[in-house]
Ligand binder design. Structure first.
Ligand code: UDP
Ligand code: MG
Length: 183
C-alpha cells in the first residue's frame, strides 16, 4: 500500500519565527492530510531518546557534517577536535538536544500517498544554504554548517521529517498514542 504516515516536527526556530501556519500549509497544499498534531516543550531526555543512538546514526550524521565541512573548506579537527564521523555524530546529538529543547515544538502526523518520500522532498536537504528553492529549508532559511559551527550549534533547519517508513512508524509511536491519531 503506497498510503503512508510520516512524522513531522516543526522545530523551535519554526515556531519562534511564526512559520507554523506557512509550513503546515505547504504539506496540505501538496495533498497530505494532518491526522494528528500537538504543541509541546520537549525535555532533553525525550530528544535524547527520539534521535537514535546507534553507531549507524552517529556515523551518518557525522559523515554529513564532515562532507559539508570539506565543501566549505573547514578543518574538522580545528573546529571539533576530531575528524572521526562517529565522534562528530555524538557532538551533533549533544547540540541537537540543546536546539530541540530551546523552545516549543509542533509535532504532527501526515498521511498520504508515499508520504515519507514526499515530505522529505518538500522539506529539502539538511543544510538550508544548499537546499533548493521551493523546499521549506531552502525557502525559509539561509543557515549553514560553517555559521552553525562558529556559533557552536547544529544547523537550524526548521523541520524534522522521518527518513524511512520504519523510522516513521517508530517516531509516530514515540509522540502519539494510537487514539490521538484520527482514522
Ligand atoms: N545536523 C546538523 N549538521 C549535520 C547533520 C545533522 O546540524 O551535518 C542536525 C540538523 O539539525 C539535522 C539534525 O541534526 O536536522 C538531524 O540530522 P539528520 O542527519 O537526521 O538530518 P535530517 O534528517 O534532519 O535532514
Ligand atoms: Mg534525519
Amino acid at each position: 500500500m503506497p498510503i503512508e504516515k510520516t512524522l513531522v516536527i516543526l522545530k523551535p526556530d519554526a515556531v519562534a519565527r511564526g512559520l507554523v501556519g506557512e509550513i503546515t500549509a505547504r504539506f496540505e497544499r501538496a495533498g497530505l492530510r494532518i491526522v494528528a498534531m500537538k504543541m509541546l516543550r520537549a525535555t532533553p531526555e525525550q530528544i535524547e531518546r527520539f534521535y537514535p543512538s546507534s553507531e549507524e546514526w552517529f556515523r551518518s550524521a557525522g559523515s554529513k557534517l564532515l562532507k559539508a565541512y570539506q565543501e566549505l573548506g573547514i578543518d574538522p579537527r580545528k573546529r571539533l577536535g576530531t575528524d572521526d564521523p562517529v565522534e562528530v555524530g555524538h557532538k551533533i546529538k549533544e547540540n541537537l538536544v540543546k536546539y530541540m529543547t530551546s523552545g516549543p515544538i509542533v509535532v504532527m502526523v501526515l498521511k498520504g500517498n508515499r508520504a515519507v518520500e514526499v515530505v522529505r522532498k518538500l522539506v529539502g536537504p539538511t543544510a538550508p544554504h544548499s537546499a533548493p528553492p521551493g523546499t521549506i529549508r531552502g525557502d525559509y532559511s539561509v543557515d549553514s554548517p560553517d555559521l552553525a559551527a562558529e556559533e557552536g550549534r547544529v544547523v537550524y533547519n526548521l523541520v524534522h521529517a522521518s527518513d524511512s517508513l520504519a523510522e516513521a512508524e517508530r517516531e509516530i509511536k514515540f509522540w502519539f498514542r494510537e487514539e490521538e491519531i484520527v482514522a
